[in-house]
Design a protein around this ligand. Structure first.
Ligand code: ADP
Ligand code: MG
Length: 270
């Protein structure tokens, strides 16, 4: 072995150590193969570095999105590809696809999804939330009742303001199912505090199976309802879904007439 060959074999010897220090495992994984290709094809140095770093950055972006989706606590994994637009013409595809471009987040605007149970409100809220996670936004999903519980707990610790401030770090909050249950006075005030605090600071997606005219009853106070709705819809996209529950419809077509004639009160609402 000539002295020259010996030095060549030492080239790159410290790379595994250096790359593990930099926490760039994908660069290390792809190093040998990429170096071989680069030598064979005579790549410029810049191209070699770019290909290696790209692999690392793509992998990091993907795991960042995965973490954000996990952290958001969606009740199910739904995407816009799962949404059957033909079954729900009230959700105009161009409108929904425009919302999915997420301009509303930049404008700190809200989305209000209204409509009867089972028409896809929660599905759309999840799908838009996942889009936001993929685009790098922090998202938190909970039902109205869960938000209220969370804020109540904070209030008992005398930390309501801290909690509301903490939530400002999220680009998007989803408040699912306003109106499934009438709220106590205190609960309604907490929900109002949440919406008021987000106003022009961050986006909210709200779903409800009751129209705004019923919110006074839900919140137990017309004034609180009017103030909450005013802030919510000042910069908002309102989508009103229509028709029968998608699941009942599906079962109905699967020749189960007994289910299709089930009284409205017994319909599943999730
Ligand atoms: P809502 O929140 O309006 O009560 P969901 O979003 O929970 O309704 O929808 C009820 C069920 O039906 C879910 O499993 C959902 O995935 C499905 N679903 C509703 N609408 C559609 C649709 N247009 N396309 C595909 N699945 C739908
Ligand atoms: Mg729902």
């Amino acid at each position: 072995m000539s002295p020259k060959a010996k030095t060549t074999s030492a080239v790159g010897q410290r790379l595994p150590f250096l790359l593990s220090k930099l926490k760039a495992p994908r660069v290390l994984e792809r190093l040998e193969q990429t170096a071989t290709t680069a030598r064979e094809e005579g790549w410029p140095y810049e191209q070699f570095l770019e290909v290696l770093l790209e692999a690392e950055v793509f992998a990091r972006d993907a795991s960042g999105a995965r973490n954000r989706i996990r952290h958001a606590a969606f009740p199910a994994h739904k995407t816009l590809e799962d949404f059957d637009f033909a079954a729900q013409p009230a959700a105009e595809k161009p409108v929904i696809m425009h919302l999915a471009q997420l301009d509303f987040l930049a404008g700190r605007e809200n989305i209000v999804l209204l409509g009867p149970p089972g028409t896809g409100k929660t599905l759309l809220a999840i799908a838009l939330g996942i889009r936001a996670c993929l685009a790098g936004h922090r998202v938190a999903f909970a039902t109205a009742q869960q938000w209220i519980d969370r804020l109540e707990t904070a209030q008992h610790r005398n930390a309501l303001d801290d909690e509301l401030k903490r939530l400002e770090r999220y680009g998007l909050l989803v408040v699912d199912e306003i109106g499934h249950l009438p709220l106590e006075r205190q609960a309604a005030n907490l929900l109002f505090a949440l919406v008021a605090r987000r106003y022009e600071r961050g986006s909210i997606i709200v779903t409800s199976n009751r129209g705004f005219e019923a919110w006074g009853e839900i919140l137990g106070d017309q004034m609180v309802a009017a103030a909450l709705i005013g802030r919510l819809v000042h910069h908002a996209h309102i989508v009103t879904l229509k028709g029968k529950s998608y699941r009942l419809k599906e079962r109905g077509t699967a020749s189960a007439p007994a289910v299709a004639t089930q009284p409205a009160g017994l319909r599943p609402t999730t």
